[in-house]
Design a protein around this ligand. Sequence first.
Ligand SMILES: Nc1ncnc2c1ncn2[C@@H]1O[C@H](COP(=O)(O)OP(=O)(O)OP(=O)(O)O)[C@@H](O)[C@H]1O
Ligand SMILES: [Mg+2]
Length: 152
Amino acid sequence: MITVSNLGLNFSGTNLFSNADLKFTPGNCYGIIGANGSGKSTFLRILSGELEPTSGEVIVAEKTRISVLKQDHYAYDSYTVLDAIIMGNPRLYEVMVQKDALYAQEDVSEEDGILLGELEYEFAELNGWEAESEASKLLSGLGMDISMLYLK
Ligand SMILES: Nc1ncnc2c1ncn2[C@@H]1O[C@H](COP(=O)(O)OP(=O)(O)OP(=O)(O)O)[C@@H](O)[C@H]1O
Ligand SMILES: [Mg+2]
């Protein structure tokens, strides 16, 4: 659950929003609607912790992690939907890329072997093995067919 309490944001004297109170509860899918420039992206930047609000706070339930994708229609064109979803967790994506690159090498030095071990450990810690099924759940939760996962 994410709780937004008395949230306000002011850019150089202009109030974008103020006294915003709301709760995002598990199992629901939310959309933010508003005119261009009304503050949707700014609100999401505050939710994700990228931007400090002028007032109020965002409380994220323990053991909950927020994944964020940029508002850029073309940024993920060359990636599969699955990769784009995983990029919402930057460290997990980085670990996967590093791991794949090492496995693709013809010779793996002792040093690389140790690094691979560490990366595999971190991958498991980050629930990397569940990433694909979590991504499927996310897609079907949004009403999309899971066959899209492997499309670019
Ligand atoms: N760092 C900043 N400093 C000052 N003003 C900003 C800053 N970031 C955004 N703004 C202003 O805040 C307003 C809200 O911007 P925001 O990008 O959140 O809108 P939006 O609802 O996501 O718009 P769009 O529908 O175009 O994506 C805009 O008027 C924008 O110019
Ligand atoms: Mg926006």
